[in-house]
Design a protein around this ligand. Structure first.
Ligand code: NAI
Length: 357
């Protein structure tokens, strides 16, 4: 489908392409929605096989950011940007980052960039030398790595899943399988371990697995088996699009709640199949909102107490969506309905109560 067709179908406001002759930077910024406020979303550096693939990715990711902000009741819109690398492993330079910063600056604050795959706080700080509209650096901009807050929020969403199933939100004796032991996955394991959960873990980097087995007594599982691990909660914390129809048939969990963005290959279809199999799915953009709450909250001037309170509220928001899902085809559809109600209500002040209904 052509770009305008996709924009119209998914409600995107603005998609901008940029080429910087000096550095060769090729980048796209997609602003899905500024209805609720300025649009925040990470910058991804990635090598895409085709331009179509890149455009599809940035449109899909930016839409997800709008839903995430809306469900977290933040007065923020949703956007995403991508830097199209000429090849995998293309080395990041200050000149490239600063060229991206100048591109972001042309949005005059309607778009606020942050970290995503392929970026680190240094890159963010280089971008921040050219624009104030970037979060997540350590020296020039603020916020740092939001992963610990994402992990805490995902844990809070897991508590909501347990409550929805009629259980106490305690983890002692429960088995949680974690796919991906990166920034978020490892922190999540640390929290779960301190709460008494048994951990089954997998990562393509053996060193990460060893770290988790030694630190948390986790059981190492082969990467090809982790999604089928027998567990109470399965937490994908690696890449997106890991759960499709085949995986759903073979899942051995009663709860699917992870931090990865776009866990389901086709959320509309897979969310219904999960409901039919009786597997409780915490919509990813609700469960992984902790990092956004942290960076958007700092941007909005929230103090630490307010930031922590909003992270804790992920449990209430998730529970309300899960409880409301009986009136919808799935928990995903229930979450989208919350986001759409928020867009329809229009611009926000940031003082609104956080709860979802
Ligand atoms: P990361 O890059 O630090 O960690 C990802 C980990 O997954 C790495 O250790 C990698 O080796 C592992 N991995 C990759 N493919 C794998 C496979 N097939 N099987 C097992 N392990 C595999 O990324 P980070 O920051 O921890 O994010 C994880 C997920 O959460 C991503 O999908 C990201 O988009 C999402 N997310 C992250 C947020 C954050 O605050 N960092 C916020 C919201 C979502």
């Amino acid at each position: 489908m052509h770009t305008f067709g996709q924009m119209i179908e998914h409600g995107h406001e603005r998609v901008c392409f940029h080429h910087d002759a000096e550095t060769g930077l090729r980048a796209i910024i997609a602003v899905h929605s500024t209805t609720l406020g300025a649009a925040l979303g990470g910058t991804r550096r990635w090598h895409y096989a085709t331009e179509e693939e890149a455009i599809f990715d940035v449109l899909r990711l930016s839409e997800g950011m709008s839903h995430k902000a809306a469900c977290a009741n933040l007065p923020m819109g949703g956007a995403k940007s991508i830097i199209l690398l000429p090849k995998h492993g293309h080395v990041a330079t200050e000149a490239e980052a600063r060229a991206m910063g100048r591109f972001i600056e042309t949005f005059s604050g309607d778009y606020i960039a942050a970290e995503d795959v392929g970026l680190n706080p240094q890159f963010i700080d280089w971008m921040a030398m050219e624009t104030n509209h970037v979060m997540g650096g350590e020296t020039v901009s603020t916020g740092g790595d939001p992963s610990p807050f994402t992990a805490r929020g995902t844990f809070n969403a897991m508590k909501a899943c347990l409550r929805h199933q009629g259980n106490e939100p305690t983890f002692s004796g429960l088995t949680v399988a974690v796919q991906g032991l990166g920034h978020v996955g490892m922190d999540l394991c640390s929290i779960l371990n301190s709460e008494g959960a048994h951990l089954h873990v997998a990562d393509i980097h053996e060193g990460r697995v060893t770290e988790a087995t030694e630190a948390f007594g986790a059981k190492a599982v082969d990467v090809s088996n982790i999604l089928q691990a027998k567990c109470d909660i399965l937490a994908p914390c690696a890449l997106g699009a890991v759960i499709g129809p085949d995986e759903i048939r073979r899942l051995n969990t009663s709860i699917l709640c992870g931090a990865a963005n776009n866990i389901l290959v086709d959320p509309e279809r897979e969310s219904i199949a999960l409901a039919e199999r009786g597997i409780l799915y915490a919509p990813d953009f609700v469960a992984n909102a902790g990092g956004l709450i942290w960076l958007a909250g700092l941007h909005l001037g929230y103090d630490r107490e307010e930031l922590d309170r909003r992270n804790v509220e992920i449990e209430t928001t998730t529970l309300e969506i899960l409880d409301a899902s009986t009136a919808y085809q799935s928990t995903h559809h229930a979450a989208i309905a919350v986001a759409e109600r928020r867009y329809a209500a229009g611009p926000m002040t940031g003082k609104e109560p956080i709860h979802a209904s």
